[in-house]
Design a protein around this ligand. Structure first.
Ligand SMILES: C[S@@+](CC[C@H](N)C(=O)[O-])C[C@H]1O[C@@H](n2cnc3c(N)ncnc32)[C@H](O)[C@@H]1O
Length: 262
């Protein structure tokens, strides 16, 4: 199923403006108040290795707004080419680059200028030549077929109304037979009702766009990938009252998922 009828009813232009505006704030004002936790405390809670965090630009960690940990599933090896979708201020891309080594490369894609500017400034400041951050929408990737070994993404696909398109693009840019997708994202146990789905602020906060888990898995498998493993990120939780209410009622939760390109 591409999107549910309810998800088709959300005003997508308003939503995109809200998403850009929220993640502009996340890049520029990481100490602000949001529906979700951010930064190093969150990263450590989710399971990130302290040594990895000590070896990447600290400013990328302060704006980290991911929802889970997937590097244990991704198993990135030296020399592999990695694509990070919705790379934000770059924390996961910087960690991926520690694993690929200086001879390979990591590319991050994001649609929010302030996130890209911050990530690119850190690339320059830290003199890293194996990472590039480019502007783009993850529903339509500007890369060749089979260009990457691993696609990663953290807390992003839930924000996209056309999730089926995103998974089809991921499958297209992954190398067949060995290419893999390792992501963390928000899904729901029960279908969310219209008043939550059509609330673009809750959507931009990673709640309203959460697909029902079985539909989410079907969209992945319909795109030409096979799900290998799913694990819950039980340490992840929303912090505002309205967000917590929705999550408790509909089983909105974070998962990490590994899928391989068929
Ligand atoms: C929740 S943040 C996560 C950022 C980063 N992955 C992290 O863990 O900190 C979501 C990011 O996805 C980007 N984004 C959302 N929808 C997108 C889309 N359709 N195409 C490209 N980027 C998108 C936003 O600009 C934002 O930087």
């Amino acid at each position: 199923m591409e999107t549910t009828a309810l998800q088709q009813r959300v005003d997508t232009s308003d939503l995109e403006l809200k998403v850009r505006s929220m993640y502009r704030d996340v890049a520029l004002n990481p100490k602000g108040e949001y529906h979700f936790e951010m930064g190093r405390r969150l990263a450590e809670k989710l399971g990130y290795d302290k040594k990895d965090l000590d070896n990447i630009p600290p400013a990328s960690i302060e704006s980290f707004a991911g929802v889970g940990y997937f590097f244990d599933l991704a198993g990135i090896k030296e020399g592999e080419k990695v694509l990070d979708l919705g790379s934000g201020s770059g924390m996961d891309a910087f960690i991926a680059a520690l694993k690929t080594g200086r001879t390979s490369y990591v590319t991050g894609v994001d649609m929010t200028d302030e996130q890209l500017d911050k990530a690119n400034r850190l690339v320059e400041d830290f003199n890293l030549d194996n990472i590039t951050f480019v502007k783009g929408k993850i529903e339509q990737l500007d890369f060749d077929d089979a260009a990457f070994d691993v696609v990663i993404s953290n807390g992003v696909i839930n924000l996209c109304p056309e999730k089926g398109k995103v998974f089809a693009e991921i499958a297209r840019v992954l190398k067949p037979g060995g290419g893999r997708m390792a992501i963390s994202d928000i899904v729901s146990e029960r279908q969310l009702p219209g008043n939550i789905v059509c609330n673009s602020t809750l959507w931009a906060s990673c709640i309203g766009g959460a697909a029902q888990e079985n539909n989410y898995k079907t969209m992945i498998e319909n795109s030409g990938m096979q799900i290998v493993m799913i694990k819950p990120n039980s340490a992840y939780g929303f912090i505002s009252k309205s967000a917590r209410g929705a999550t408790e009622q509909y089983g909105v939760k974070s998962i990490s998922l590994l899928a391989s390109r068929v």
